[in-house]
Design a protein around this ligand. Structure first.
Ligand code: URA
Length: 215
């Protein structure tokens, strides 16, 4: 049995450690501290998957035994983009695995009248066009904010973008595929649906509230 299932656009990481940690995160009695720790651990396992295709080159080094042409990452440092605020929970874990990554932030809120996402913050690394750009947001629900964030990243020059989330709803995946078919998604679970309040079902509730202890 493989530990991932993938289409061109969506990869679900079915590794047993990912699935076990995700179950603990879903449970409503899980404390804020444990939720945060699990998110940190799971994000590293998801980051392993989403960086699988990164390009390598070689560098001449000397081991204690002999010289060799050893593999090293090619090109510019990758850019991690946190979609505020819940993205920061995924960001922390991924940064532990890739400490030299450059980091950016996209802040969006929903206009209560138009229901459209409105940008309130945007700060990203330079030369986005030459970097692998990984946008992180734990919950791909309706897809509205994810699509808007990717729009902004493309406007800023990003060409090679991937999207990392913990849970995805079929509605969000479809919306992203329609708007950004060139942006592959990696997630730990494709859940059943969205409810009338826009929560992923069965989901885990409000990811931001659960990681920051707010209500
Ligand atoms: N955002 C969340 O935090 N949870 C959901 O279920 C959907 C969107």
């Amino acid at each position: 049995m493989t530990d991932t299932s993938a289409t061109d656009h969506l990869t679900v990481v079915r590794h047993p450690l990912v699935q076990h940690k995700l179950t603990l995160m879903r449970e409503k009695e899980t404390s804020t501290a444990v939720f945060r720790q699990l998110l940190r651990e799971i994000s590293q396992l998801l980051a392993y998957e989403i960086t699988r295709e990164m390009e390598l080159t070689t560098r001449r080094i000397e081991t204690p035994v002999q010289p060799m042409d050893a593999p090293v990452l090619a090109g510019k440092k990758l850019a991690l983009i946190s979609i505020l605020r819940a993205g920061n929970g995924l960001l922390d874990g991924v940064l532990e695995l890739i400490p030299s990554a450059r980091v950016g932030f996209v802040g969006l809120y929903r206009d209560e009248e138009t229901l459209e996402p409105v940008q309130y913050y945007f700060k990203v690394p330079t030369e986005l066009e030459d970097r692998l750009v990984i946008a992180v947001d734990p919950m791909l629900a309706t897809g509205n904010s994810s699509v808007a964030a990717i729009d902004l990243l493309k406007q800023a020059g990003a060409k090679n973008i991937r999207f990392l989330c913990l849970l995805a709803a079929p509605e969000g995946v479809a919306r992203m595929k329609e708007a950004h078919p060139d942006v592959p998604i990696v997630t730990a679970s494709l859940d059943d649906s969205l409810n009338e309040k826009g929560y992923i079902v069965p989901g885990l509730g409000d990811a931001g509230d659960r990681m920051f202890g707010t209500k």
